[in-house]
Design a protein around this ligand. Structure first.
Ligand SMILES: C[S@@+](CC[C@H](N)C(=O)[O-])C[C@H]1O[C@@H](n2cnc3c(N)ncnc32)[C@H](O)[C@@H]1O
Length: 121
């Protein structure tokens, strides 16, 4: 299936693209990157869960840096998303996650207000 890297913008919960919102609603699991980005202006787990109407799993520093395989777990069989405040590629940890996904032959799609594209190897 697909690992989605979704940029949330730097504003509020409504800055996600329509495509991104549909992905979030249909993914088996949705993680929220809570280490490299400051979750401000209401872009936090509680408000995002309320807006999406579904569970969002917060990924802290330990998970993002040392246990990132937990985010990718099962993404070969079902769709998984990682939500990132701001630029989804503004941190090397996210690039590392994409490389790990590619090593496991999991397709990666980035979606934010500037891009919707499949990341080639
Ligand atoms: C690894 S980058 C964060 C990348 C993040 N995805 C982004 O696009 O801002 C870390 C830098 O982003 C800044 N930063 C993190 N969250 C931010 C936010 N919500 N608004 C503005 N700057 C932010 C931090 O101050 C730090 O200098």
């Amino acid at each position: 299936m697909v690992f989605y890297l979704i940029g949330l913008g730097l504003g509020d919960v409504e800055d996600i693209t329509v495509k991104g919102l549909n992905i979030v609603k249909n993914c088996a699991r949705v993680h929220l990157e809570a280490y490299t980005s400051i979750l401000c202006y209401g872009l936090d787990k509680t408000n995002l869960e309320k807006f999406y109407g579904r569970e969002v799993i917060e990924a802290d520093r330990t998970i993002v840096e040392q246990e990132s395989d937990a985010i990718l777990k099962g993404a070969d069989k079902e769709d998984v998303a990682l939500l990132v405040v701001g630029d989804p590629f503004g941190a090397t940890t996210h690039a590392d996650l994409v490389l790990r996904a590619k090593q496991q032959n999991i397709p990666v799609i980035r979606d934010d207000t500037r891009f919707l594209l499949e990341i080639e190897s």
